[in-house]
Design a protein around this ligand. Sequence first.
Ligand code: ADP
Ligand code: MG
Length: 678
Amino acid sequence: MALNLNDNIRYLKGVGEKRAAMYHKLGIETAADLLRHFPRGYLDLRSCPYAHEAPLGEPCALRLTLLTKGREQRIRKGLSVWKLTAADQSGVVHITFFNAKYTVENLRIGQEYIFYGRLSGTLLRRELDSPQVFSASCSELLPLYPLTAGLTQTRLRQDMAAVLPLADTMPDPLPEEIRLRADLPELSQALRRLHTPETPQQAEDARRRFIFEELFTLSLGLAAVKRGRRQNTARPLVYHDPQEFYATLPFTPTGAQQRAIDDAFADLCTNRPMNRLIQGDVGSGKTLVAAACGWLAAKNGLQCALMAPTELLAEQHHRTLCGLLAPFGVKVGLLTGSLTAANKRKLKEALAMGQIDLCIGTHALLTDDVQWQNLALVITDEQHRFGVGQRVTLREKGTATHMMIMSATPIPRTLSLMIYGDLDVSVIDQLPPGRTPVETLVIDSAKRQRAFGFIRDYLDKGFRAYIVCPLVEQNEQTPEGLLAAEDYLEQIAAPAFVGYKVELLHGKMKPKDKEAIMGRFVRGETQLLVATTVIEVGVDVPSAVIMMVENAERFGLSQLHQLRGRVGRGSEKSWCILVSDSKGELSTKRLDTMKRTTDGFKIAEEDLKLRGPGDFFGSRQHGLPQLRLADLTQDIALLELAQQEASALFRADPELTRYPDLAAQVRRLIATAGELPN
Ligand code: ADP
Ligand code: MG
């Protein structure tokens, strides 16, 4: 029986359960999925150099005739070696295979093959270890696929060849007129060109089609999400002068804060749902804007939700907002996963009865059994941690809720098109007065002890410090030189900070313990916190003046910027010490950027240039689905085209009734966009 597109891949001839499980790891369940498993590149076998002219140390393909095969040599149990020789016009190459009985047995002396590998040896003696072998007559552009343990390129190519005829039965989700306008090949042709190209141009044309399709689908999906928002009308709030709120504050709000609050109040007092992004660098005082909006909602007898990405942050917001709103009798609640069942129930009852005005929480706020009496405003803090889908869920809890998003993650303009297209934006471009910019130093680990001395001096003066490591704990897979907070504290930090109060904080701890540890640090009972990036977002401790980051090269620049934002919140000069032994050009450049600039936008642009969008999209930081092909920095023109076509199509047929295959594809994409990272 012939396999169909939507049949499970295990029924493909020769695949079976074991390989099906490998495919499953790659997200491939059906024949159709396999067809959409795209090559990450191609091996160009068209112009093989001569063995003695090819550069040493670089991967290359050589066209060689096999001369001798030699015997299997058992080095020890489980390790066998074969030594072969092969040659082209330029001379002989010595080839070694390890544990490759099957490969070697199948090679014939006197026959020509293509060997692909890294040449080593000397000017006179060329060597090739464990090369891949291809028949000399194989297609000249060989696709290279992402693999998983146990799966080989050869197997995958065989299976791909077996399913490729099914490409003709696959419906093309792209509307034809759009495809033609964009000059893109039709689906089955594109699949053939992608998997068996005759020229690099064919592969490129096919790739271009799939990139377009990906961006087009994403644009349509975002348009659908935005439309869902826009159709609502919201309940307008009655305006109250924020001066009444300011009068009780211990400080004067900055001009930028006041402007953001004015913008938000204006939105809230219309019958169109507010859809505003408050973008302000770390430490610019975004919490105050949330407090003011919560105040206005409470004045109107309406409820407000404030969602934070971590419990730690939710708890901090709770403390801050309780303080700021106490003079007005606003009732502030806190709902997190770590409440006892009884307390949770009590809180939920109070929410449903409208006895709480402002409720702060993590994604626990999103669970179905949280009911509100009259939720009017939803604020999400550091929203990049939440998926598009989650925001939609929360918004649906109140009828036509106003929505405000606070973000300290500056996003390069090219990407913000994709993410924030329909939001109104207020920028808080001013730090509260009396701040001194944080000075950043880059050192290598040889200077670590001096840095410790520097930290001790500050601790002696009553200040506090953080040291951040990239990992929680070491395991067998940890690459050498990577530091884990637990071992670091025990072996490196503890001996240097005898007599100081040092604690460990990491994401694997129980929420209660984390809270207790953070609480001690905030109160000054702990002087030095050795931590992972759990302290990354939002945590506010004005007397913390040093942020030291170990293995700094391991972090994204935007992440380092966030970490650096944990200090420099008081009037004392603060320091960010980046420790790295990495001598690579890229990491040197990146850490230099950190030294040079404190502007979050510039840092984000720089990160994008240096590392590509992986930081923004690969890790799902922004809740967008992961893009498989498109590189948003390289494919800007295609992105613009996709956005144009998507918005035209969306205007004409928002439900995509004429394009069921496309509609299904959009739904699948949005479904994958709603997950939280971790
Ligand atoms: P972020 O924008 O990073 O969320 P926060 O809202 O946590 O910043 O504010 C950072 C710190 O600045 C807090 O300690 C807060 O009390 C303080 N702060 C906020 N606004 C002002 C202001 N106008 N004047 C002085 N301090 C302020
Ligand atoms: Mg904040």
